[in-house]
Design a binder for this molecule. Structure first.
Ligand SMILES: [Zn+2]
Ligand SMILES: [Zn+2]
Length: 411
């Protein structure tokens, strides 16, 4: 067993030597060395000389990469329905052919406005990060997350366009098509109920993600890693992103819920635009700039009575909130109703709270390979090192549970 450093990582091995004319064993050895080197080599740039110039170029490229497809990545189902717009986080995309023709142009412009607003807020985060948090902007983390998100987006695209996967999803779409509509609600009311019920489903699935090892360790942990959280360093979760991309199944229950109530939004009219406007305001929920503004503006703070504002969701990522895994509050996505009802609502503090996991070594946000695969290797190691009788708890136990032989890999 190799010696671990203070951060719980193995020392960085030397760069592999050229394998020369040796046989296959030398090739395998060189490959293994290369993989180990990649595994342990963090993204790091000096802040002077040519590395600083390189950092600037890579950062701009990553920001463009991160911003351009931001709406597409978070809403891959629109790739299949290009004539649709997203009305509200929890509500399925709305086909423009379903609404009054006079509203089509308004909705398209409202969607463009939402995208532009998101880009503006991301830029504000970069510019004012130090002012808000007192720390320099974490460019390496931003580059890493951009690389990871781009990789996931590429994998998601593969999922969307892969014929075999599409066929499989076709069956799911058919299943959804057979779900009856319980109540023929109309317009804005249907959307409101769908949003509330969608948020209810999100609230509980989110709580389960925090309390159950499997969902936490293999999925939601990605979203909570970053100790330099802002709009551009907010990571998607690989499994949920792939599921969402594959068919809008961010949660299996959501399409069912929305199908039950949202069949006719033809006459929802301007209510749709109001929905989009509120969604645009609450969607950049990891923004430090918006947190700062909200903490100093009573009209924005007043929105917390109903909506999961940036402050409310950012507090969900707080390390200061009780609970071993950094969060125990504010699980809702868009409305604070369910948190208030089930006693998990916490009022955001005036100063922006620290984010990330409690174990500093767990914040592997500067190496895309280690970032992506360490949770899975960790779980595999736990299963391999422990007797099968412990497997049910290792997989489905509480996130507080540690197996008798713990993994040596950091989270
Ligand atoms: Zn969470
Ligand atoms: Zn979040």
């Amino acid at each position: 067993m190799e010696t671990l450093d203070k951060a719980g990582r193995s020392p960085i091995p030397p760069l592999p030597q050229h394998c020369g004319s040796g046989g296959i064993q030398r090739f395998i050895h060189a490959t293994k060395q290369l993989l180990l080197w990649v595994w342990h080599s963090d993204i790091e740039f000096r802040r002077s000389g040519w590395p600083a110039m390189l950092l600037a170029i890579v950062s701009v490229a990553c920001i463009l990469l991160g911003l351009l497809p931001q709406d597409v990545i978070s809403n891959f189902s629109s790739l299949k329905n290009v004539d649709s717009v997203r009305i509200f986080y929890m509500v399925k995309d709305l086909m423009l052919s379903q609404v009054e023709s006079s509203m089509v142009g308004v909705l398209i412009w409202a969607s463009i406005g939402r995208a532009v607003f998101g880009i503006f807020i991301a830029a504000m985060d970069v510019l004012f990060y130090r002012h808000v948090t007192g720390r320099p902007y974490d460019w390496e983390s931003m580059i890493n997350i951009s690389l990871v998100n781009t990789f996931l987006a590429a994998a998601a695209l593969f999922a969307v366009f892969n014929p075999a996967i599409r066929e499989l999803l076709g069956y799911y779409d058919q299943l959804i098509a057979h779900i009856p509509t319980l109540v023929q609600l109309n317009g804005a009311l249907a959307l409101l109920i769908a949003a509330l019920l969608g948020d209810f489903a999100f609230y509980w699935s989110h709580r389960i993600c925090h309390s159950t090892r499997l969902f936490w360790n293999l999925s939601h942990i990605y979203h909570h890693r970053n100790r330099s959280l802002n709009l551009l360093t907010c990571s998607a979760e690989p499994p949920t992103m792939l599921l969402a991309a594959a068919g809008g199944l961010s949660l299996l229950i959501l399409p069912l819920v929305t199908k039950l109530f949202t069949t006719d939004v033809h006459n929802a009219g301007w209510a749709l635009v109001v929905f989009i406007a509120f969604d645009a305001l609450t969607d950049p929920s990891h923004s430090v700039a918006l947190y700062y503004v909200e903490a100093r503006s009573w009209p924005l703070r007043a929105l917390r009575w109903v909506f999961v504002t940036v402050g409310v969701h950012y507090t969900h990522h707080s390390r200061d909130v009780e609970g071993k895994y950094g969060t125990g509050c504010n699980f809702g996505a868009r409305m604070t109703l369910w948190d208030r009802l089930f006693g998990t609502y916490v009022e955001p503090p005036r100063e922006i709270p620290p984010t990330g996991l409690f174990d500093p070594a767990a914040d592997t946000c500067i190496n895309p390979i280690r970032y992506l695969f360490s949770p899975y290797l960790r779980m595999a190691q736990e299963l391999r090192q422990n007797h099968p009788r412990h497997w049910p708890r290792i997989l489905l136990g509480s996130t507080d549970y540690e197996p008798p032989v713990p993994s040596k890999l950091s989270r």
